[in-house]
Design a protein around this ligand. Structure first.
Ligand code: PTJ
Length: 251
């Protein structure tokens, strides 16, 4: 039991969730390593939502509201950390949810489906009992996507994604939104909109912003998306990391 006064309470609480999900078979083995990498960048970013992450959330919310066929892709880490929030966001956007695993096994797909159903999701795509289509440029099970889901979606929110798949999705003409604490990952650099923040803060912020922008005119939403520059936003994240720590390393 972690005491609330512990200076690393929030971070340790997330670790417990991740370890529990691993023990239940929801998380891939590498999911723990991926979480550790995320933790490092979260620490460097001050474990708080930065001003540029807020800008990216606004652009992401506008793009998702403008989408004809928005979809939220869920992997093991997402299912472990924010299942209820994902369902809530999908409801607000009228978006589909697709289980899309890098280390795909039928057992993990079934477990994640159960987690999402327990969180209130009704119509989950990406399960093993539906028609699949292959994403061009990818090999093997990693190319698999739901024919009704990611394959035909115009806008994909895919947190904690692998670089190859991010590149293939962008090449196939989709607008790609990711959440990745590492501003230098290939996915972060490839996506159209990268929210450099912890998924546990980014998804609730997205829900709030989708609600705020829900009645905005399409022209206003287009303007928000058009004025967002992902490379510039990533540079801002890097600057924030340096500014936060530069005094600490001065002799
Ligand atoms: O469940 P699966 O089989 O689909 O596998 C999922 C993982 C995440 C294991 C797989 O996609 C993978 O290996 O991903 P990578 O290439 O390690 O990338 C994960 C990225 O997510 C890294 O850049 C991390 O910094 C980042 N990350 C980790 N935890 C968080 C995070 N970003 C936001 N919030 C987090 N909590």
């Amino acid at each position: 039991m972690i005491h609330k006064d512990h200076p690393r309470y929030e971070s340790l609480k997330l670790r417990t969730k991740v370890v529990d999900a691993y023990k239940r078979g929801i998380l891939a083995d590498s999911g723990m390593i991926a979480h550790g990498r995320g933790e490092t960048f979260d620490y460097l970013l001050g474990e708080e939502t930065t001003s540029n992450a807020k800008k990216a959330v606004k652009a992401a919310a506008a793009a998702l509201l403008l989408a004809n066929k928005p979809i939220i892709s869920v992997n093991g880490n997402t299912a472990a950390l924010v299942p209820c929030e994902i369902v809530k966001l999908a409801d607000h956007l009228n978006a589909r949810i697709e289980i899309n695993l890098f280390y795909r096994t039928p057992e993990r797909v079934a477990l994640i489906e159960e987690v999402l159903k327990d969180a209130g999701a009704k119509n989950i795509l990406g399960t093993d009992h539906e028609e699949k289509a292959l994403i061009e440029g990818l090999e093997g099970p990693r190319a698999s996507s739901s024919k009704e889901g990611i394959y035909i979606a115009d806008t994909v929110l895919v947190p904690l994604e692998d670089g190859d798949r991010a590149e293939a999705l962008v090449k196939s003409g989709k607008l790609l939104i990711t959440i990745d604490l590492n501003p230098l990952s290939r996915t972060a650099k490839t996506a159209n909109i990268t929210i450099v923040d912890n998924i546990v803060r980014a998804i609730p912020n997205l829900i709030d912003t989708v609600k705020e922008l829900g009645n905005a005119q399409p022209t206003a939403l287009h303007q928000i998306v058009k004025s967002f520059d992902n490379q510039e936003n990533i540079m801002e994240s890097l600057k924030i990391i340096l500014e936060k720590h530069i005094d600490k390393v001065k002799p």
